[in-house]
Design a protein around this ligand. Structure first.
Ligand SMILES: [Zn+2]
Length: 73
């Protein structure tokens, strides 16, 4: 993804994910979390991005005043 103003490749600035860890498959979980599985335990803020995805915000490294871009995965 390139900057709309100067065409410099954008850099990932921030990711907002629906879950802190994979509550569905149990591929991993923090050792501090209880043994139980499930999306409710993995999403304590209950902020859902899109369809349980993640929001990525991108910024231009050449000039922070250039417009940001975003994508939802
Ligand atoms: Zn730019």
């Amino acid at each position: 993804m390139n900057c709309a103003r100067c065409c410099t490749p954008l850099r990932l600035l921030l990711t907002v994910d629906t879950t802190e860890w994979d509550g569905g498959s149990g591929s991993w979980r923090p050792v501090e979390e209880p043994e139980a599985w499930g999306h409710a335990l993995a999403a304590p803020t209950q902020v859902v991005v899109g369809r349980w995805g993640e929001l990525n915000l991108f910024a231009c490294p050449a000039d922070p005043a250039h417009p940001h871009a975003w994508s939802i995965q």
